[in-house]
Design a protein around this ligand. Structure first.
Ligand code: C2E
Ligand code: CA
Ligand code: CA
Ligand code: CA
Length: 280
């Protein structure tokens, strides 16, 4: 038995090493990808319930590698975080998104998405001078700081100290803060007292099971009561059906996001949709 145990360890170690080597390889490719301009951004509309009017967009990064093809952010963002590439990549994402948002304002005026959300990793918040980077990017773009929403996860806020200080400085600039994937991870309602959040993004896992008398529906109801009580906004994520949208609206949700309303769109596609709706 002892021998077998050792053997298992050896297999496990070999697998781990393979994983690490693969991650290191991907990390090196990611760095090149940024230099070679292989990243792009898409924007998913956030809508008002029940009429589906666009109120904002969330920026999502995409990587198309010449050798690997499309690679999802769930795969490469964690590696970018570990290697630190998320800092320059995140900087590029923010600047590109702000430039795009300002272009929409210039082209579409009041019909442009009012708010633009950008995902920010804990690793970025901990970077010295992060708030100054955001301030400079905002100034460069000319975009109204109050229309920028920084999406952070609970884990980032739990990092405490430095990350929380950075968030606080962003709030001072007028930037809004959304707590992403709310209800997953190591959530604690106590967090809502320390985190300067304006908005809770209620995770898709609660929206999925919202039909019927499920536990998810009970939780989704409790979450909207908490947000209302604390004068926060709630956005339901991952809404895929009309039934879910109806139920959410009935429970008191006023904002939502998901494939039922729109998939993430390229800047071009989003511009086309805005042009169409202005002509309509
Ligand atoms: P997230 O911030 O929770 O983003 C929402 C994810 O849900 C996106 O996946 C979006 O395409 C997907 N989604 C939206 N509506 C629906 C729906 O109705 N059904 C389903 N099944 N999915 C839906 P995506 O773009 O693959 O991003 C995955 C995660 O990668 C994001 O989760 C975020 O954590 C991270 N990520 C994406 N872009 C960035 C970025 O620019 N910076 C950072 N730091 N992280 C990012
Ligand atoms: Ca997000
Ligand atoms: Ca989310
Ligand atoms: Ca997520």
């Amino acid at each position: 038995a002892k021998e077998r145990g050792k053997g298992r360890h050896a297999v496990y170690d070999a697998e781990l090493e393979q994983h690490q080597a693969a991650d290191a390889q991907l990390g090196a490719e990611l760095r090149q990808a940024l230099d070679r301009g292989e990243f792009s951004l898409v924007y998913q509309p956030i809508v008002r319930l029940p009429d589906g009017k666009w109120t904002g967009v969330e920026t999502l990064v995409r990587w198309t590698s010449p050798t690997r093809g499309f690679v999802g952010p769930d795969k490469f963002i964690p590696i970018a975080e570990r290697t630190g590439l998320i800092v320059p990549l995140g900087d590029w994402i923010l600047r590109t998104a702000l430039r795009q948002a300002m272009a929409w304002v210039q082209q579409f005026g009041d019909d442009a998405p009012h708010e633009i959300g950008v995902n920010v990793s804990a690793r970025q918040l901990r970077e010295p001078g992060y708030a100054e980077t955001v301030r400079d990017a905002l100034a460069e773009s000319g975009f109204d700081p109050e229309r920028l929403v920084v999406e952070v996860t609970e884990t980032a806020v739990f990092d405490g100290g430095v990350a929380l200080d950075a968030l606080q400085m962003l709030v001072t600039l007028g930037v809004k803060v959304a707590l992403d994937d709310f209800g997953t991870g190591h959530s604690s309602l106590g967090l809502l007292r320390t985190c300067p959040a304006d908005t809770l993004k209620v995770d898709k896992s609660f929206v999925d099971g919202i039909g019927g008398r499920s536990e998810e529906a009970v939780i989704a109801t409790a979450m909207i009561q908490i947000t209302n009580g604390l004068h926060l906004q709630a956005i339901a994520e991952g809404v895929e059906t009309a039934e879910q949208a109806d139920t959410l609206h009935r429970l008191g949700y006023r904002f939502a996001q998901g494939y039922h309303f729109s998939r993430p769109l390229s800047a071009q596609q989003l511009g086309d949709r805005l042009t169409e709706s202005m002509l309509a």
